[in-house]
Design a protein around this ligand. Structure first.
Ligand SMILES: [Zn+2]
Ligand SMILES: [Zn+2]
Length: 601
C-alpha cells in the first residue's frame, strides 16, 4: 500500500493530502512513514485561489468584449504575432474591463504555446483576480510573492525553469523568475508605488518589466485607470502605444459624486458629515454595502495637553505619536516606538491629554455608535496583521456579510464588489500637501481609484467626498475621472519646474546620529555640489536641506536632490560627486542614493 501511495504521489508530483485520502482508505499512517523515510515531504500551504466564492458572477463563462476592448486586443495580437518588443499603455477608466483584455491576450498567448507573466502590486489584495485567471485560462498558474517559503519558491522556480508552467502571476520579484522564453508581460495598476522596491537594491518593477520585455522580445502591456504621468508622456512622444477603454461596459455607469465642504463644520461632522451619514443610512436600508476611505490609521494622529500644549513626540523621529486606543498606546508609525497612554501629561502632570484629529480606529468606533445594528469592519495595517485576516475581510465583503468597511488605501486597490454602491472619502486633502512633486498625481490617483469602487455592478453608485478644498482642481478632476485634463495640467507643471518626465532625479540622503556632524556635512556637500554644477552642464541641485523627516530612527537626516537631463548625466555626476564627498566626510555620514525616487520623506 505504501508503494501504491508513493507511486500515486510521484505521478502527481504534489498533491493535497485530502485528495490522497479520497483515493486510499486512511492513508495517514503510511504517509507518515514515507515522510520519515524522506521519500516525500509535507508542507502547509495557503490556498489563495479557491477560498473565494464568486456569488452571482461566473468568471468561467466568456464575456463578449466591447468594441474598445476588441480594438485594444487586436493591436496587442498584431504585436504578439510580430514577436518583437512592443510596449503598450492600456488606459481604461475604473470598471472599464481592463482585466478582460489581459485575460483575452493571455488566452491568445497560451493557445499558441507561449508564456505569460502578470505583475500585480500586492498579491494578497487580489484573490478575486487570481480565481478569475484560474477559471478562465484553464492552465496551472504559479504564484510568486514574498509570502512563499524558500521551499515553495524554489519549487515554483524549478517548474518555471523546466517549462512546466506557462502562466505566472506575481509581485515585483516575479520579474526575476527563470523563464526560458516570455511572450507577454502585463503590469496591472502600473501607477502603483508598491512597484518601487525601496529596500536593498532599489528598482521600479514597471521599468524593469520594460527592460525584460526588450531583452526577450515580448509585448509589455501596462494597465491603469490613472496612468503615471511618465507612462502617459511616453505615449505622447511615441515610445509606447496608447490603447484606451473610455467607458464602463454594460449598464454600469460612473457614480454620482457629491463634494461636501467641511471647512465650516465643527468637530465630529468634519469627519462624518450629515450628508455622508444620511447616505450610509440610505444604503443600509437598501441592504447595499458602503466603503469609507481615510488614509490614516490609529485612533488619533496626535494627542495634545489642553493645559500646557504639550504634544508627545517620538524620541527617535521628528513626528508626533499616534494614539491607538485599542492598545492603550502611543505609537510611532515610522520606527515602531511605543509608550503607554494615559491622559496624564508628562510635562505639567495634569490629566489633560486629549486626542486630536481622527484615524480609522476612531471612525470605526463612531460608526458603531451611530449604526449599532450594522456590521462594520475595519481594514488597515493594524487589523490585517494576523494571517488570513485580510482574506477573511475580503471574503466577508464579497459575501455581503459586511455593511460598512472602513479602511486606509488598502481598501481601494483593485477590488471589484458589485454590491458596494457607496464610497465615502473622509479627508480628500490628506495627500495634497505632501512635500513631494508627485503629491498632486498621488491625490488624483487615490481619489479616482477610491471613487471608482462605487457602483461597479448593475446598481448605480454614489461617492461622497469630504474636503477642506472643495474647489481644488485636482479634487474636481478626480471626481469626474477626468484623467486627460489632469494630465494636461500636471505635465505643464512638470515642464515648468523641470521635473520628470522632463528630467531624471536622484535623491541623495545622508544621515548621522550627531546633529553637529550633519551641519558640517551640509557645508561640505553644498560646496562640492556648487563647484561641480558649474563644471557640468544639464545638472541642477536642490538643497542640501533637512529631510522632511529630519530625524528618523534616531538618525538626523539631510538630503540633496539632483536633477539631470537624462540618466547618463545623472550617473556621471553621482559617481564623481559621491567620491568627492566620501573623501571629505569619511565614514561619519552615511550616504544613500535613490535614483528616480518615489519616497521623498
Ligand atoms: Zn501638559
Ligand atoms: Zn519613531
Amino acid at each position: 500500500k505504501q508503494k501504491e501511495i508513493l507511486l500515486f504521489i510521484k505521478e502527481k508530483r504534489e498533491i493535497e493530502s485530502n485528495l490522497i485520502a479520497r483515493k486510499f482508505k486512511s492513508p495517514y499512517a503510511q504517509i507518515k512513514k514515507l515522510i520519515e523515510k524522506e521519500w516525500i515531504y509535507k508542507e502547509k500551504r495557503e490556498i489563495f485561489t479557491n477560498s473565494i466564492k464568486d456569488p452571482g458572477l461566473s468568471y468561467g463563462k466568456k464575456i463578449t468584449l466591447t468594441e474598445p476592448q476588441k480594438k485594444a486586443l487586436n493591436k496587442i495580437e498584431e504585436a504578439l504575432n510580430l514577436k518583437i518588443f512592443s510596449p503598450f499603455l492600456l488606459y481604461g477608466i475604473t470598471g472599464s474591463g481592463k482585466t478582460e483584455v489581459y485575460l483575452a491576450a493571455f488566452e491568445k498567448v497560451l493557445k499558441k504555446g507561449g508564456k505569460g507573466l502578470l505583475l500585480v502590486p500586492e498579491i494578497a489584495l487580489t484573490p478575486q483576480l487570481l480565481s478569475r485567471f484560474k477559471n478562465r485560462l484553464n492552465t496551472e498558474i504559479a504564484l510568486l510573492h514574498s509570502g512563499l517559503s524558500t521551499r515553495e519558491r524554489f519549487d515554483q522556480w524549478m517548474r518555471i525553469k523546466r517549462g512546466e508552467i506557462s502562466m505566472v502571476i506575481g509581485a515585483r520579484s516575479a520579474l526575476f523568475a527563470p523563464f526560458s522564453s516570455l511572450d507577454l508581460i502585463v503590469v496591472d495598476e502600473e501607477h502603483d508605488t508598491a512597484y518601487k522596491q525601496e529596500e536593498g537594491v532599489k528598482y521600479h518593477a514597471r521599468d524593469m518589466a520594460l527592460v525584460l520585455g526588450k531583452m526577450v522580445n515580448a509585448v509589455v502591456l501596462l494597465g491603469s485607470a490613472t496612468p503615471s504621468v511618465e507612462s502617459f508622456y511616453n505615449c505622447e512622444i511615441g515610445k509606447f502605444n496608447l490603447l484606451s477603454l473610455p467607458e464602463r461596459p454594460g449598464i454600469s455607469s460612473l457614480p454620482e459624486i457629491e463634494i461636501v465642504d467641511i471647512r465650516r463644520t465643527k468637530n465630529d461632522s468634519q469627519f462624518l458629515s450629515k450628508k455622508l451619514i444620511a447616505a450610509l443610512k440610505e444604503n443600509l436600508k437598501k441592504r447595499e454595502q458602503s466603503m469609507l476611505f481615510l488614509n490614516r490609521r490609529g485612533f488619533a494622529p496626535f494627542v495634545l495637553c489642553r493645559s500646557c500644549g504639550e504634544v508627545p513626540r517620538c524620541p527617535n523621529c521628528s513626528v508626533s505619536l499616534t494614539l491607538h486606543r485599542d492598545l492603550k498606546k502611543l505609537l510611532c508609525h515610522y520606527c515602531g516606538y511605543s509608550t503607554d497612554f494615559s491622559n496624564l501629561c508628562p510635562v505639567c502632570k495634569k490629566e489633560e491629554l486629549i486626542p486630536v484629529g481622527m484615524g480609522t480606529e476612531q471612525i470605526e468606533k463612531k460608526l458603531k455608535d451611530i449604526f449599532p445594528e450594522a456590521t462594520i469592519k475595519r481594514m488597515d495595517k493594524d487589523t490585517v496583521k494576523k494571517r488570513n485576516s485580510l482574506t477573511n475581510i475580503l471574503k466577508a465583503l464579497r459575501e455581503k456579510e459586511i455593511d460598512i468597511l472602513i479602511g486606509t488605501q488598502m481598501i481601494i486597490k483593485g477590488h471589484d464588489y458589485p454590491n458596494v454602491t457607496l464610497v465615502g472619502i473622509l479627508l480628500a486633502d490628506l495627500s495634497l500637501n505632501f512635500p513631494d512633486f508627485r503629491s498632486g498625481e498621488k491625490t488624483f490617483q487615490l481619489l479616482t481609484q477610491a471613487a471608482g469602487r462605487a457602483g461597479r455592478g448593475e446598481k448605480k453608485g454614489k461617492v461622497v467626498i469630504q474636503t477642506f478644498n472643495p474647489f481644488n482642481p485636482i479634487i474636481r478632476m478626480a471626481t469626474t475621472q477626468d484623467y486627460l485634463s489632469f494630465y494636461k495640467e500636471e505635465i505643464k507643471f512638470r515642464k515648468e519646474l523641470n521635473y520628470p518626465p522632463y528630467s531624471r532625479l536622484a535623491l541623495i540622503k545622508f544621515s548621522t546620529n550627531n546633529k553637529q556632524i550633519l551641519f558640517e556635512g551640509f557645508n561640505i556637500i553644498k560646496e562640492t555640489a556648487e563647484k561641480m554644477v558649474k563644471e557640468s552642464l544639464n545638472i541642477e541641485i536642490i538643497g542640501p536641506s533637512f529631510a522632511p523627516l529630519s530625524k528618523l530612527k534616531g538618525r538626523h537626516r539631510g538630503q540633496i536632490l539632483i536633477k539631470g537631463k537624462n540618466s547618463s548625466t545623472i550617473h556621471r555626476f553621482l559617481k564623481k560627486f559621491i567620491k568627492m564627498i566620501e573623501k571629505r566626510v569619511g565614514k561619519s555620514i552615511e550616504i544613500k542614493i535613490d535614483v528616480d525616487p518615489y519616497n521623498m520623506l
